[in-house]
Design a protein around this ligand. Structure first.
Ligand code: TXA
Ligand code: MG
Length: 332
């Protein structure tokens, strides 16, 4: 199949009407979209991504009115969405009976978010129903933040990529479960920080087991729960400037290793070194992380060495993605 990169929401929607999933830009990452009520097109999402069907999809709605057609709402849902929508916050809620098991992996809950990106919103309006969209990458690959990233990973498998430029946030949405409203639970770190949500709700969020596991012990290579991974093995360290590897990693560190700095080091950059935030701003670093990993992955490096961020605000989301991308975690 020939993959076209274009800028027309109308053309993207033509393909959706023909039953083909298309890649659409959101403010977080590019999504691979299908209409909520087209089961055959949703099945193609799973096969294009090579994603197991027990991994449920996020439903994207235009507004609170449309949310009410998809999930049960409550006063808490209403105030949270008034404050944080449109934007990178996904809520897990009790689903309406009309939502297919294919979307929710058979669960009684559904994940819903309201995207900010105007091209994605146009597509929802044109098709006239919510769109489901996982990130537009193959299962366990790094999420795409540009149309070119999508082309590199899914080219030949989908007919159309709607190009909206680089994604503003560059990390997937924050996911919060409100299934038990006495315990709003953070399921995935993202651009809306745990601190901001806790302040708004006037109590700290409960951390789901997997989210808490950012304080991982050192694991042997390969034991990591792989996700968001570049093909080149990534080694995660505390601080990269003047890093001295343990003896068993010395040879790897010295053999065509790329370096990912958070902020500019105090010496000139060498070939294969990149800086996530020239302006020393963690939001900027987050927005550049996946692009940096995708770029290094297309070059001939034997390993990638990256450093962690401070564990606060968006730094938590950054560290979460880095630890999932890591082949070996060498943080202290
Ligand atoms: O920013 C984003 O959220 C992007 C853009 C495209 O909107 N989408 C995205 O989708 O990251 P995906 O499929 O890559 O990640 C969705 C996550 C999965 O980890 C899935 O397990 C979780 O949401 N999820 C979906 N439905 C759920 C549910 N009912 N309960 C708990 N987790 C759910
Ligand atoms: Mg994904």
């Amino acid at each position: 199949m020939k993959t076209i990169i274009g800028t027309s929401a109308e053309e993207a929607v033509c393909w959706l009407k023909r039953g083909e999933p298309v890649a659409l830009p959101t403010e977080t990452v590019y999504g691979l979209a299908a209409p909520l009520f087209s089961e055959a097109t949703i099945r193609k999402i799973y096969s294009v991504k090579q994603r197991p069907t027990n991994n449920p999809l996020i439903v994207h709605v235009l507004n609170f009115e449309q949310l009410k057609t998809v999930a049960e709402t409550t006063p808490l849902v209403q105030v949270l969405t008034e404050r944080f929508w449109s934007g990178p916050l996904t809520l897990v809620l009790k689903k309406k009976p009309c939502i297919s098991d294919l979307v929710t992996a058979g669960q009684a809950s559904v994940a819903v978010r309201c995207p900010q990106a105007s091209l994605f919103r146009q597509a929802i309006e044109l098709i006239g129903e919510p769109l489901v969209a996982p990130s537009a990458n193959r299962f366990q690959h790094v999420s795409p933040t540009t149309a070119m990233h999508v082309l590199n990973d899914l080219g030949g498998r989908i007919p159309y990529i709607l190009d909206g430029g680089a994604c503003t946030f560059g990390l997937e949405s924050t996911i919060v479960s409100l299934l038990d409203e006495t315990q709003p639970t953070l399921l995935r770190y993202g651009p809306i920080t745990a601190e901001a949500l806790g302040t708004f709700l006037n109590r700290p969020l409960v951390m789901a087991k997997d989210v808490v596991s950012e304080q991982k012990p050192h694991l042997a290579p390969g034991l990591y729960k792989k996700h968001y991974s570049p093909q080149t093995p990534l080694y995660l360290v505390g601080n990269l400037a003047d890093y001295v590897p343990p003896p068993r990693y010395k040879a790897i560190f010295e053999d065509r290793a790329a370096h990912v700095f958070l902020f500019p080091p105090s010496r000139p950059l060498r070939e294969g070194e990149c800086v996530l935030s020239p302006n020393r701003d963690l939001n900027e670093a987050a927005s550049n992380l996946f692009d940096c990993l995708q770029t290094l992955d297309t070059q001939d490096w034997r390993s990638i060495w990256a450093e962690e961020a401070s564990n606060e605000g968006i730094g938590r989301a950054l560290n979460d993605r880095l630890s999932r991308a890591a082949y070996v975690d060498l943080r202290d």
